[in-house]
Design a protein. Structure first.
Length: 320
């Protein structure tokens, strides 16, 4: 198999694959595959109509893949999936692309139905649930309307924000206001980073995230034209205070990649406002707000919006 570094040259094939398969999982987003190459040193191999992806566990530089994604057909045809999996396992077994001492091949961040396929093909495989990687899915109409008693606290936060900051405006993300997003990100990074580890991650983690966000902004037009990148920016008296960056994951799903709000606006309902304003402009039926990474604060925040589903993710180790 011809493994290559994942680059912008692969974005059309990845997005076509996502649309054809009606993906709901954020790790199958074309935008995420390209952007996170710099964190996970992602590799891709396109063999006929099949896309194979591989990653470095924990983002470490690798000479060969640490873990593999589940293979997907660019046309959404799953009939030959057993052959595609077998080809990947054979390649990892015999080509040196196996960092686990030749003892196993590891598939990570895969869905329940993909886990079941692997366990059927390889009964001796071991599956481990990874709840910190589960995606939170919401109906767009719920986040946009915030109707009903269960969303009363969110509505109160939004009212409080507008009462405190009457000169509040919202703009859809465009190439012209990307500079405002950069300013917010730099301020947020300054507020949340130190020499140790915070709930948001280590300082190095946050620097990598900043670089990924800046890469998305630098190539906004490319992502917008190929994958429907969108987002929003919140201003108070002309000062940029919050943003979100999203893209079209598949026909029915918009994927929110990043959402940030700086102090003191974050404490006064800024996150609720940017979330709600962006949702009002989303055209897809569902919004994927990604995983909680095992961070308790993120988990509580995501649950407080009442997801319709949390997509289960799994790691499967196949002994060789």
């Amino acid at each position: 198999m011809n493994w290559q570094k994942t680059t912008f040259s692969h974005i059309q094939a990845l997005h076509t694959c996502a649309l054809s398969n009606d993906f709901f999982a954020n790790n199958y987003s074309a935008v995420n595959s390209v952007l996170y190459e710099q964190k996970f040193h992602s590799l891709i191999a396109i063999e006929g109509d099949w896309i194979y992806e591989a990653y470095s566990a924990a983002g470490k530089t690798m000479d060969s893949p640490s873990v593999f994604g589940f293979p997907h057909n660019t046309k959404g045809d799953k009939r030959a999936v057993s052959d595609a999996v077998a080809k990947l396992v054979d390649n990892a077994t015999h080509s040196g692309n196996n960092p686990h001492g030749g003892k196993s091949i590891v598939f990570a961040n895969i869905l329940s139905e993909e886990k079941d396929i692997l366990l059927t093909l390889y009964p001796n495989a071991r599956a481990t649930a990874t709840p910190e990687s589960g995606d939170y899915l919401y109906r767009t109409e719920h986040l946009a309307g915030l109707a009903g008693k269960k969303y009363s606290r969110k509505r109160n936060h939004i009212h409080q924000f507008h009462n405190n900051y009457p000169a509040c405006t919202y703009e859809p993300l465009t190439k012209e206001n990307c500079a405002a997003v950069r300013n917010i990100e730099e301020s947020w990074l300054s507020e949340n980073s130190d020499t140790g580890k915070t709930e948001a991650g280590t300082h190095d983690d946050l620097l990598v995230e900043r670089n990924i966000i800046f890469c998305a902004l630098e190539h906004f037009d490319t992502f917008a034209n190929s994958c429907g990148m969108s987002g929003g920016v919140l201003f108070v008296s002309g000062q940029p205070v919050a943003f979100c960056i999203a893209s079209l994951l598949s026909t029915n799903v918009t994927n929110v990649h990043f959402e940030k709000c700086i102090s003191p606006f974050a404490r006064n309902g800024g996150y609720a406002v940017i979330n709600n304003e962006f949702a009002k402009n989303v055209k897809t039926e569902f919004i994927n707000r990604e995983e909680d990474l095992g961070i308790e604060g993120l988990r509580k925040a995501k649950l407080s919006y009442y997801p319709v589903q949390v997509l289960e993710k799994w790691t499967v180790s196949i002994p060789l």
